[in-house]
Design a protein around this ligand. Structure first.
Ligand code: GLN
Length: 485
């Protein structure tokens, strides 16, 4: 049962072959037995209440396609009931008085919340090792990182601890962990999914999206997740759409742009081979590969690591020991309380970003760093628009290597930043991107570590991306592979 897709589970629920209560118990048992550290907060009573309500809806004939299907939320989305920590000591005991819009949307659809998923502190990281609550293990190889920052969201899908999870992507945090855990994830166009109740990291980049086993499942989840929200000032006012409407469109004549810059030095040979094999499969499906260039790719790292910290330093100023969560115990006056609270409440990476952010925004450096970065951000977005004159979608690797060993880069922030090279520019441009499993690495160690294929589309092309991914998943079985238990 735990290996089934959302679509399959939905059919079984509607046919009353299994109840939502049985299903959530089954997953709660798997979560209890797991040693991956993917879940941070579980509350069986709350889950079973939601499951009972879902069963009633199904019995009353009032179910949506998602009613009764279990889901788990990245601990960046606030939830009534379950604690919401953002992976930080700062919010260790924080319980939100309201649900994030995304959570509310899934609740309304009748999905059953299994709990909250581990992540890098305030979503800052690429390995999930920045979580105050400890790293998540990669289910394919427990000595490897799961990717980040949505490491819990991806690992939980790979280990079949939940059929659906939510995640957020600021510079790659849906796509990269999905790739390193061998599962499917989509980061929508910026503005598609409400940020209300999504604990803010870098507001002009943060975007929620689903992770699941298949593109079809991601489409079903996105249907419920996306939509205009007046409580988010950057939410896009567009009519609701069915993201699964084009799943079965054949790929004959599809033009796939292959950015030269994504296949240069730094890309490991085994990842390149798996990605090239996937591209060959697409040619068999009727697509043609077109050479394109995204010349500013290299600048995406310095640009992102100026803009994201700048926004983070501003967003995280609210954690001052007065309004939310943690407050230091011994202090002499107000200023001392602020300093000690923030010194003790934030981890190293978060502090690093606050420092960098405050620096690049400060008088005298604003023009030299922040403003420059904003200009380059625009040029990066223009690169994509040039490229899309020649192709329908863009494909390449998600990450330069397969998952690395836990601890390997833990003390080397720059090495972590460099691993984001293929995901950052999509985020800076606000474009939708996805990751689908397309193979494994090579050599004794890497042969069991998954590789992801990245598919990038133009604004609002989610239905197209899901179509392109679904067609590949109809022809291959990488998405069905699962780690040994
Ligand atoms: N790895 C990137 C960072 O550390 C992206 C994180 C994210 O997308 N949340 O900022």
């Amino acid at each position: 049962m735990h290996t089934k897709t959302i679509k399959e589970l939905s059919d079984l629920l509607q046919a009353k072959k299994i109840s939502a209560t049985e299903l959530s118990k089954l997953f709660l048992d798997r979560i209890k037995a797991s040693d991956l550290n993917a879940f941070l907060h579980v509350d069986e009573t709350l889950t079973l209440q939601q499951a009972a309500a879902a069963d009633q809806r199904i019995a009353a004939g009032d179910a949506t396609i998602l009613t009764g299907v279990p889901i788990a939320h990245k601990d960046i989305f606030v939830t009534r009931g379950w604690r919401s920590t953002a992976g930080s000591k700062m919010l260790e005991n924080y319980v939100s008085p309201f649900d994030a819009t995304v959570v509310e949307n899934f609740n309304q659809a009748g999905m059953v919340t299994l709990g909250k998923l581990n992540c890098d502190e305030f979503a800052m990281g690429s390995s999930n090792e920045n979580s105050y609550f400890g790293a998540v293990k990669n289910p394919w190889d427990k000595t490897a990182i799961p990717g980040g920052s949505s490491g819990g969201s991806a690992a939980a899908i790979a280990a079949r601890l939940t059929p659906a999870s939510t995640a957020t992507d600021t510079g790659g945090s849906i796509r990269q962990p999905a790739a390193l855990c061998g599962v499917t994830g989509i980061k929508p166009t910026y503005g598609r999914v409400s940020r209300f109740g999504m604990i803010a990291f870098a507001s002009s980049l943060d975007q929620g999206g689903p992770i699941a086993k298949t593109a079809e499942d991601c489409g079903l989840l996105l249907n419920a997740m996306a939509g205009f929200d007046e409580r988010d000032s950057t939410s896009i006012e567009r009519a609701k759409e069915d993201f699964t409407r084009d799943l079965n469109v054949p790929l004959q004549g599809l033009k796939i742009g292959i950015p030269r810059e994504y296949f240069g030095a730094g890309l490991s040979a085994d990842v390149e081979q798996a990605v090239r094999a996937a591209l060959a499969e697409y040619e068999k499906l009727g697509a043609t590969l077109v050479d394109i260039s995204l010349p500013k790719t290299e600048l995406s790292i310095p640009t992102y690591y100026v803009i994201a910290p700048a926004e983070a330093s501003s967003n995280l100023s609210r954690f001052d020991g007065v309004r939310y969560g943690f407050r230091a115990k011994d202090y002499t006056d107000l200023s001392d309380m602020y300093c000690k609270t923030r010194a003790q409440g934030f981890g190293d990476e978060v502090k690093r970003r606050i420092l960098v952010g405050a620096y690049v925004l400060s008088h005298g450096y604003y023009d030299a760093y922040y403003l420059q970065a904003q200009k380059i951000r625009r040029l990066i977005a223009q690169d994509f628009q040039e490229a899309f004159k020649k192709c329908d979608v863009i494909m390449g690797p998600v990450a330069p290597t397969v998952a690395w060993d836990l601890g390997d880069k833990a003390d080397d922030p720059i090495a972590n930043y460099l691993a984001d090279i293929f995901t950052l520019s999509t985020s800076l441009a606000g474009l939708p991107g996805m990751s689908i499993p397309c193979g494994f690495g090579q050599g004794e160690k890497n042969a069991k570590r998954p590789v992801g294929l990245q598919i990038i589309g133009n604004y609002f092309a989610e239905a197209k991306l899901l179509n392109v991914a679904h067609q590949y998943q109809q022809a291959t079985d990488w998405h069905l592979r699962q780690p040994a238990e």
